[in-house]
Design a protein around this ligand. Sequence first.
Ligand code: CP
Length: 333
Amino acid sequence: MVRNSVSVIDYRQPNSEIQEPRPTHHYKMRHDHLITTKQLSRGDIEAVLDRAAEIDAEPEAVAGTYDGTLLGLLFYEPSTRTKMSFETAMKRLGGDVVDMGAVESSSVSKGESLADTVRVIAGYTDALVLRHPREGAATMASEFVDVPLLNAGDGAGHHPTQTLLDLYTIRENAGLDDLTIGIMGDLKYGRTVHSLAYALTNFETTQHFISPPSLQLPREVVYDLHQQGTSIKEHDTLESVLETLDVLYVTRIQEERFPDKDEYRKVAGQYQIDAETLADAREGLTIMHPLPRVDEIAPDVDELSQATYFEQAHNGIPVRMALLDLLLGDSNE
Ligand code: CP
C-alpha cells in the first residue's frame, strides 16, 4: 500500500493552517471527518487538488494500493454521482465498498437510529460516506464513530466533496484567484452552493449570487462571507452580470426541500439558460452544474465549448481518490 507522510490538519479548527510545508502527495490528513468546507484552509484544498492532479495524470501509480480497505456507503437520500464516484474511487484504489442500500430495505425502516447505524457500520469499515436529508446529520453522526466520516450532503446544509471537485474543475478551466463567479438558481436549499461559497473565501474571488428573492442565499451565509472579507453581490437577473463572469455555476431548484409545493411551482422553470441566453457571455466562460439538471440548462448548451458540467462530474473520480488517499494514508495512524 502506498503510504503518505507528513502534515496534520485539524479539521475541528476552522481554516486551520498547515503545520509543515506541503510537498504535494507527501501531505496527510489526520483520521478525522469532512463535514463542511468551513473546515478547509487554502492549504487543505490545494493538497487535495494537487493530489487529484497527480492521480489524474498517472492513475496506475495508485491502482491497487488500498487492497483490503473498505468504505461504507450510507445514503439515506438518492444519489447517482456521489455514491457511484466514491465507489469507483475506492475500487480504483484497490479497496472495496459495503453499501447499506436503499433505506427501505435496511433496518432504518424498522426504526434504527442514525447513531446506532453509523456505530455499527463504522465497526465494519475504514471510512464512511453519509448522505442524509437532515441538516446537521453528518456532524451528529461523526460524534459516534472513530473512522473518518465524509459528508456527502446533509439536507440543505453542505456537500464538501462536491465542492472539492468543483474547485478542481474551476482551477483547471479558469484558475482560482482573480475569479469572478456567478452562482445561479436555488441558493437557499442548494447545499453545493453553500459549500462552494465558503470554500471560495480562501481565494481572491468575486461571487455574484443570482436567484429569485425567495431562494436567496441564507442570511447567515451572507453574513459569514462578509465576515471573511469576500466580495459578494446579489442579483435577480443573470443579464445584469453575465458579461463579467469567468464561471457560471447553475443549480437545480431543489423541489424536494420545499415545505410548500405551491412555493416550488412559483419559481419552477425560472433561471433557465440556453445557447441564446449565453450570446453575450465571454468566450472563455466556464459553465458548471453539480448535476442532476432538470430544465435549467437547455440541451443546446451541451454543444458549446464553454459547457463543462460533464467534465466536472468526471472529476469526481480523481478528486475522491485523492481525498480517500489523504485521509486513509498510513501516516494517519
Ligand atoms: N452532484 C451530486 O451530488 O449528484 P448526486 O445527487 O447524483 O450524487
